[in-house]
Design a protein around this ligand. Structure first.
Ligand SMILES: Cc1cc2nc3c(=O)[nH]c(=O)nc-3n(C[C@H](O)[C@H](O)[C@H](O)COP(=O)(O)O)c2cc1C
Length: 212
């Protein structure tokens, strides 16, 4: 394998370096985060740095870039406290990517890219109607990361919408069945294919296999 030192990486063109470093940590759970401003304007943006933080309470986090680079989602979340996360499927992946463009604050990306806002369960922020996996969160905490002026935004789960058929008997959501996409780097999108599922691992015990 070729060795890349930090000195070499630091000397690369910034776009080459961004592509390389963004893909290094692996495939990411790309989704659309939907918010509504206090003025009542819907905002939609694509995010891939989304992470499960804990199951009880159910917490999901995402990394927001520095405010100048990505201002609207985090501002709406800070002011309103509610937002939804919506999985992306191949039928609207190009529209989802287009939400990363820097639209003015008064413009709703829903209208610009042709996706539909869906209001339900009296939740303040809209869901993305085209998405087959939608969940709603209430802001729990915003943690500034000093090293690069980014933010870890943590939300507590309030509602989930998914077809019952893709949920296994033990609760696992089989996202491959609805073609939920993953992203690679900053502009690549992929589908997944299941390989294996194993029983809880214990020292000195053979692994049992579970259907996936
Ligand atoms: C595939 C992909 C993944 C992205 N992931 C993130 C992310 O995790 N965090 C982030 O702050 N911006 C991310 N972006 C950039 C935002 O989508 C972009 O800055 C957007 O304009 C932010 O919109 P907002 O100002 O309405 O929040 C991503 C863009 C693409 C194309």
């Amino acid at each position: 394998m070729k060795h890349f030192s930090l000195e070499e990486i630091a000397g690369w063109d910034r776009f080459y370096r961004a592509n390389f470093i963004n893909s290094l940590s692996g495939f990411k759970p790309v989704s659309l985060i939907s918010t509504k401003s206090k003025e009542g304007i819907n905002n939609l943006a694509i995010f891939s740095n989304i992470v499960h933080i804990g199951a009880d309470p159910a917490l999901v986090g995402f990394i927001n870039r520095p405010i100048d680079a990505a201002p609207h989602t985090i501002q709406n979340i800070e002011q309103i406290g509610y937002y939804t996360i919506n999985h992306i499927h191949p039928s609207f992946v190009a529209a989802a990517h287009q939400t990363s463009a820097k639209y003015d604050v008064g413009i709703s990306e829903f209208e610009k890219v042709g996706l539909h806002a869906e209001y339900k369960v009296d939740f303040y922020a809209p869901f993305v109607m085209e998405s087959k996996v939608q969940y709603a969160l209430e802001l729990a905490e915003i943690i500034p990361i000093k090293r690069n002026n980014t933010f870890l935004v943590i939300g507590e789960l309030k509602h989930v919408f998914i077809d019952q058929e893709i949920i296994a008997n033990d609760g696992l959501i089989n996202l491959s069945k609805v073609d939920s996409m993953v992203s690679l780097g900053i502009d690549g999108y992929c589908l997944t294919s299941p390989v294996a599922r194993f029983q809880y691992a214990k020292p000195d015990k053979d692994l049992g296999i579970i259907d996936l």
